[in-house]
Design a protein around this ligand. Structure first.
Ligand code: MN
Length: 204
């Protein structure tokens, strides 16, 4: 199994003015790469353990050798989460979803506005470093969760379709301590077509 840094699907400045080019460059080229390098380093110490995918590592974290489980949790999670994150954003994104995801959001949260305010509240209250997620629980329910560090929803029987990185490295250059401003700005770059695709990939 080879773990490689996926290319950003747009240029560093594509999400300006909501997310600045310098942040995107450091976030993708340095932070994401470091997760991959550290995942590979950890796995190299257990050559008898051969994962088939990053997803399988995170879904079956309990089966990962205990010596490297924490490193896999953090760095495998970091790799998986960021790979999803780049794709659910785009230039001239934002607006509201349509299709199956819109229906499910309305059914689960009452309306898009109610969903958005619950998601924002979750993203604001993640203490320290972590993520806010919109995921499909194995029960079939759409759920909003906050997870610490690079924990992946996959480890908790949930399949993420949308996620927001609220680590300071994701916003500090432009927003400093103003996480709520970053959260508000992020809605302008969401790639709802990709979110729909993520959902369809789970159910089809
Ligand atoms: Mn990050």
């Amino acid at each position: 199994m080879k773990f490689v840094l996926p290319a950003l699907p747009y240029d560093y400045g594509a999400l300006e003015p909501y997310i600045d080019a310098r942040t995107m460059e450091i976030h993708h080229d340095k932070h994401h790469l470091a997760y991959i390098e550290n995942l590979i380093k950890a796995l190299d110490t257990c050559p008898e353990f051969q994962p088939t995918s990053v997803e399988s590592l995170l879904i079956n974290l309990a089966n990962v050798p205990s010596d490297i489980r924490e490193a896999v949790r953090n760095n495998g999670g970091g790799h998986y989460n960021h790979s999803l994150f780049w794709k659910i954003m785009k230039k001239n994104g934002g607006g509201k979803p349509n299709g199956l995801v819109a229906d499910l959001i309305n059914k689960s949260f009452g309306s898009f506005d109610d969903f958005q305010s619950q998601f924002n509240a979750q993203a604001k209250k993640v203490f320290g470093s972590g993520w806010a997620w919109l995921s499909l629980h194995k029960s079939g329910k759409l759920v909003i969760t906050g997870l610490p560090n690079q924990d992946s929803p996959l480890t908790y029987d949930e399949q993420p379709i949308l996620g927001l990185d609220v680590w300071e490295h994701a916003y500090y250059l432009k927003y400093q301590n103003k996480r709520p401003d970053y959260i508000s700005a992020w809605w302008h770059v969401i790639n709802w077509d990709q979110v729909e695709e993520n959902y369809r990939a789970i159910i089809e």
